[in-house]
Design a protein around this ligand. Sequence first.
Ligand code: HDE
Length: 681
Amino acid sequence: MSEENKRNVNSKNEQLEQFRSDDRDKHLTTNQGLKVSEDEFSLKAGERGPTLMEDFHFREKMTHFDHERIPERIVHARGYGAHGEFELYESMKEYTKAKFLQEPGSKVPVFVRMSTVAGSKGSADIPRDVRGFATKFYTEEGNFDLVGNNMPVFFIQDAIKFPDFVHAVKPEPDTGYPQAASAHDTFWDFIANNQESAHMVMWLMSDRAIPRNLRMMEGFGVHTFRLVNEEGKSHFVKFHWKPELGVHSTVWDEAQKINGKNPDFNRQDLHETIENGDYPSWKLGVQVIPEEDEFKFDFDILDPTKLWPEEEVPVKVVGRMTLNRNVDNVFAETEQVAFHPGSVVPGIDFSNDPLLQGRLFSYTDTQLIRLGGPNFHELPINRPVSPFHNNQRDGYGRQTINVGKTSYHNNSIASNTPSVATEAEGGYAHYQEKVDGRKIQARSESFKDHFSQATLFYNSMTDVEKTHIKEAFSFELGMVNDKSIRQQVVNMITNINLELSQEVAANIGVQVPTEGGSNVTKSSPALSQANTVNKPDTMKIGVLLDDGFTGEAVQKVLDGLKENKTYPTVISSKLGKIHGDDGTEIEAVGTFDTGHPVLFDAVYVAGGAETDANFQKQAGYFVTEMFNHYKPIGATGEGIAILHEAGITDVAGVVTGEDVEQFLSAYVDAVSQHRHWNRNV
Ligand code: HDE
């Protein structure tokens, strides 16, 4: 890595360091720096008398508190962020002149915020929803923001419809509910009456909408962007983040329970894995289409309701992102970070996707109200690592003390500086696309096929994934009161797949369609989660343990699980030491009260010879839940009887045995598979 690059990677951390304040071991002061001598009692006229206005410390403290909140994001209000770095593997010189994409091995700092879309800031982590996946690259040429989602397409084709869409999914205005849910009348009314949403709705009804955690989601830039190289040649591009631990999801019953048992499940998971040094990581992939191939596809590449099937346009992996540092302060960093799809660097440009074009307006506008003025780029988290110089001045919260007389261009006093840079000097030059058209308000004919890719997506699912989609439609529409809306949606999905609409219709009490359907037979295997990466790393394992357990064997299993990078957590009826048959002591850090089965990816039942009826009953419930959610189950010693008592025998993903080595190897294998769908429940 070059010295300059090293400086660049470090400089974001160094920059943030200047703003960090450690208040420990310091005297309490006012914001004017005055030491405070009393912080328990306000100044009063006599011990029982009225509080006096002149207590400036009281007034300052209370005033600041009264103004602590800022408006939450209108969408993506609930999110969680972390710092990290992006390393380039393969030079993208052929396609772009962006400096951070030139030299393999070069690194830039990043900040990532992941979010749900519909819910308020305090809502739960796993509603059925799209996830935001926004990345800020602090490059030497300025910030590049890749503000994406965990699904590759979107609900609408033109930004002018975004307020309508968001109004429809948010809590209904007359009742103020439901919170963070699409299972209600206005959302589905919007869908049925805006059929361009068909493809996205299939993603929303799929397992992608209930991810197991934020580390196991894909990310997509969604829109078609442009890459421009040194010679000025342009290619169309789509960006992908591929999680190195694979794409994994919850099941709906489990997701709903997690939201109650631990509404912070996803954010806590991200925080803890980073603290443990198990840094979440993604490969950056690009799909590239030369400009001259723009019209070679059976969809319009500018249409954000369409993906580019990976089998037709392969994803080329060019780099890797690792999240390796938690924030110091959630408000200062995660809440105040301001992303903007218009933050680009030379070599990255926009396409005419009408959704992207509208976003280019919206993001600055939203920051103005949310962050209270035009100076949000000066907040530590938003500051680029390349310094800014321009003639913008003043405004709320201005921090820069601009020196000198001039704040205008052209000038002679400052020799006409700050001066513009030529392209050779790194100045951004917009791609000179030739545009020639009438001013019209219309949808292009090439944007009008709303169903082919929705069917492509459905065709690409395994039977299990299809079942989940049917169940999701049945649940969501089952929550819709207006029967006409339910019927309209069924009629709409008939265009995607007849059998799907028939099954859903039968479940939700509307007329079952008898004709229609799609003749699209194409599928794209890359869209199925069944084809993802499976690893045991960071899988959370609930270990059910009671007094009298077989000491040596259980200890060996626990050691083996840790060696395989899983996270075993010992759970029992009460906290504290559990005693093995040979004097081994193992600490229970969770109880059946605090450690609900939905919070774990797998269970290992060790039991114990001295176990009582209460433990048996609780453990029985635990393993049954795990079984019903298709999770890996293992048992040794007395634990095997607990499984049998619960009616769980040797079906897929259930591993029992007395030989520790054999058990461990088979169990870790089962754990790394995540879910075992072929169980008859
Ligand atoms: Fe956004 N979106 N969006 N969006 N979006 C916002 O900006 C908007 C869209 C996305 O963690 C807002 O700072 C419009 C697509 C993410 O801080 C706002 C349209 C995609 C985040 C806004 C879209 C996104 C936002 C609200 C239709 C995936 C959270 C708060 C044209 C490619 C960023 C804010 C964070 C946030 C507008 C559609 C991703 C209002 C007008 C498509 C990840 O400006």
